[in-house]
Design a protein around this ligand. Structure first.
Ligand code: L34
Length: 285
């Protein structure tokens, strides 16, 4: 039976380390890092994730500002708010929680964030730098996944990794990080033929699709490490569940991440790391 990779526990440790770092930075530079989070509308899942971000900032000693805007906010008003935060010298990180209401063009919003304050690593300049192998802000979720893999002492170099899902937020950057760690990487997705067969080849299997229990035990190679990025609501129970049928898959895997308490908390923890990174980049500019 595989071991559970406890994202909550790992997050606690990393946040403790960052709290010490922030104290030292405050002593050295006379201010703490600061993060602004914009939430448009009242999506309950987004509200919960954003609350987690503000709470983590508190724990780490990062100054945070939550800006909530009604669901009918115009794109113009949102862009003006981003401009204000871009220009504010005391703010190091700007994050607009996704998804946005349908009438707002997400791409335009992401492009509007000053790339040196782009704590999500979603801005085209950050994406380009990531793929060119230049210094950049790495998106929080895949960054957290790499930390979890490292935590198991699982060596990635030369291994076969399969990433199921090709989103800009998770799948694509995940592929690049695994490649940088010298894995042989396959990207699978909704149109992949023989998904089970492709997954069974994986020493490292990352599921980031958003479909409850898409990955079952028969799709897991014995001894594989299984990372579940899915955050789905079970329509019957209302409970949070991942893309992996954890109960069965953990019998086959060597390591597996749970939902909740796996990748989600690590996403938030990596946001704190990225905020400190943006702060340092701005101070050292
Ligand atoms: N801009 N939008 C932007 N940046 C992000 O990094 C995100 N993401 C994704 C959605 N939109 C975003 C998040 O913050 C997903 N995501 C996220 C963050 C935290 C958690 C899940 C997804 C999380 O903390 N999950 C908990 C359960 C929380 C609950 O019960 O609602 C867990 O244990 O998995």
């Amino acid at each position: 039976m595989g071991a559970i990779i406890d994202g909550k526990q790992l997050s606690l440790r990393l946040k403790g380390e960052m709290a010490d770092e922030v104290k030292a930075l405050d002593a050295k530079y006379g201010r703490v890092p600061s993060l602004a989070v914009i939430l448009v509308g009242e999506n309950p899942a987004s509200q919960s994730y954003v609350r987690g971000k503000i709470k983590a900032a508190e724990e780490v000693g990062i100054k945070s500002e939550l800006i909530t805007m009604p669901a009918d906010t115009t794109e113009e008003v949102l862009l003006a708010e981003i401009d204000r935060l871009n220009a504010d010298k005391d703010i190091d990180g700007v994050l607009v929680q996704l998804p946005l209401p349908k009438h707002i063009d997400e791409e335009r919003v992401i492009d509007a964030i000053a790339f040196e304050k782009d704590v999500d690593g979603f801005h085209p300049a950050n994406v380009a730098n990531l793929w060119l192998g230049k210094p950049c802000i790495v998106p929080c979720t895949p960054k957290g996944v790499m930390q979890m893999i490292a935590e198991c002492g699982f060596s990635v170099a030369g291994k076969k990794a399969v990433v199921v899902g090709r989103s800009n937020i998770v799948g694509k950057p995940m592929v690049k990080l695994l490649l940088d760690a010298n894995a042989t990487v396959t990207i699978a997705h909704s149109r992949t033929q023989n998904l089970a067969e492709v997954c069974r080849e994986a020493d490292i299997l990352v599921a980031a699709v958003g479909r409850k229990h898409l990955i079952t035990a028969d799709m897991v190679k014995p001894g594989a490490i299984v990372i579940d990025v899915g955050v789905n609501r079970d329509p019957e129970t209302g409970k949070l569940c991942g893309d992996v049928d954890t109960a069965s898959a953990k019998e086959v895997a060597s390591f597996i991440t749970p939902v909740p308490g796996g990748v989600g908390p690590m996403t938030i923890t990596m946001l704190m790391k990225n905020t400190i990174e943006c702060y340092l980049n701005r101070i050292n500019k």
